[in-house]
Design a protein around this ligand. Structure first.
Ligand code: S3P
Length: 441
């Protein structure tokens, strides 16, 4: 699908952020391990999370859909999972593949996991190696470094004390899922804190997760109990509209009920340092997660420096931050960002190349992005690199670029934000078309 975005005059209105992707995956996986009923409201019905639904169904988990955002799981505990008849296809979803490997490490049957071209290029050694130490047998391409991967778990999983080489919530969560099924205490330490949705949600499922002097500890075998989960709006989805509101003149955008877990909101800190004012109203809790209503309006921005432990707190927001930086006064440098090269695409290279087509001055290295601003962007034809966040970031750049911006391969947006185009079209009063004629006014 090719998305055409016209330069916008103003953005005014309400955007409903879809359910959080990370929490939607976790609610499914924990519900599948639990005993009793789990009810999920506000689930993200996007391709990534639907992969987890299908993989769990193939493992014998009883999932009932009552509408796109409502899932009921009849949990029968870890021993109820069964050998799948088919390959478990994680599609584009790193979270599905890595977290499922953790779940399957405690299951005494073989399963084959595969994904699309992008997922087959993403590093799996970071979960495979520690899971092998726990006793799971795992084979895969290049010694288990890449999918397709075959795992045969065991009920005799050994606990693990392990320092994660990268700050990764996917690796941490995979090891927590394995640790819950192991016999003893699994202790994990990250080089910097990554998103803590698993820790919060597991507590709601009745697990005891302890934090002790920088170590995260879980004792297995743990019994999880089904619960009700209300998924907050996805901050990473909201981020595209927050930045759009900052950049398009005369804008005012309201985003109700967005998750503002501090391990996710590094972008707010950075935008604030750049001179933006984003208001958080009605800060409240939705189950274990903090949620707020957000307002953003047009502001002029100045350049900033981003590095170190801030990166895990805005890991998915680097593409949209790069767009903001093209309009900021001065040179913005985003350092310590090597992880961005192993996401759905090499996001450093992809953003430098595609924003470059629009006239931005962006340099990518293997671990940083350097963006000179402010530059006047001009509409051009650019490419999503098959990466949903690159596509949406380019759509926001298109709102400030003169004329028309065309984004090839924009169908990947459905991986995380199925009604992004609808909501953008509503906000721009039809300044967006996807070739179907649906948004032409
Ligand atoms: C995620 C963790 C992050 C993030 C991804 C979702 C999760 O990946 O980029 O979009 O749900 O745990 P890493 O764990 O690879 O940093």
């Amino acid at each position: 699908m090719e998305l055409t975005v016209k330069q916008a005059t103003t953005l005014k209105g309400t955007v409903r952020a879809p359910g959080d992707k990370s929490i939607s995956h976790r609610a499914l996986l924990f519900g599948a391990l639990a005993r009793g009923e789990t009810v999920i409201r506000g689930f993200l019905p996007a391709d990534d999370c639907e992969r987890t639904v299908r993989c769990l169904s193939a493992l014998g988990v009883s999932l009932i859909r009552e509408g796109p955002t409502f899932v009921r799981i009849q949990g029968r505990g870890p021993a109820s999972l069964r050998e799948p008849e088919t390959t478990l296809d994680a599609g584009n979803s790193g979270t599905t593949m890595r977290l499922l490997l953790g779940l399957l490490a405690g299951q005494p049957f073989p399963a084959v996991l595969d994904g699309d071209r992008s997922l087959r290029r993403r590093p799996m050694g970071r979960v495979v190696e520690p899971l092998r130490l726990m006793g799971a047998q795992i084979e895969g391409r290049e010694g288990g470094a890449f999918a397709p991967i075959c795992i045969r778990g065991t009920r005799e999983l050994k606990p693990l004390t392990y320092r994660l080489p990268v700050a990764s919530a996917q690796v941490k969560s995979a090891l927590l899922l394995a640790g819950l099924q192991a016999n003893g205490v699994t202790a994990l330490r990250e080089p910097a804190p990554s998103r803590d949705h698993s820790e919060r949600l597991l507590a709601a499922f009745g697990a005891t997760i302890e934090q002790e002097e920088g170590w995260l500890k879980v004792r297995g075998p743990a019994v999880l109990t089904g619960t009700e989960v209300q998924i907050p709006g996805d901050f990473s989805a909201a981020a595209f509209f927050l930045v759009a509101a900052l950049l398009v003149p005369g804008s005012e955008v309201y985003l109700p009920a967005v998750g503002v877990n501090p391990t996710r909101t590094g972008l707010l800190d950075v935008l604030q340092a750049m001179g933006a004012r984003i208001s958080l109203g009605s800060l409240r809790r939705q189950g274990p997660e903090p949620v707020a209503d957000l307002w953003a309006g047009t502001q002029s921005l100045r350049a900033t420096e981003v590095d170190g432990s801030l990166l895990p707190r805005l890991i998915d927001e680097v593409p949209i931050l790069a767009v903001a930086a093209t309009q900021a006064q001065g040179t913005t440098t985003i350092r310590d960002a090597a992880e961005l090269t192993v996401k759905e695409s090499n996001r450093l290279q992809a953003m430098a190349a595609e924003l470059g087509r629009l006239g931005a001055k962006v340099i990518a290295t293997d671990d940083r992005l350097i963006i000179e601003g402010p530059t006047r962007l001009r509409g051009a034809v650019c490419d999503s690199h098959g990466d949903h966040r690159v596509a949406m970031a380019l759509a926001v750049a298109g709102l400030v670029a003169e004329g028309e911006t065309r984004i090839r391969g924009a169908e990947c947006i459905a991986i995380s934000f199925p009604d992004f185009v609808d909501q953008l079209a509503a906000l721009t009063k039809g300044g967006v078309t996807d070739g179907t004629g649906q948004y032409c006014h």
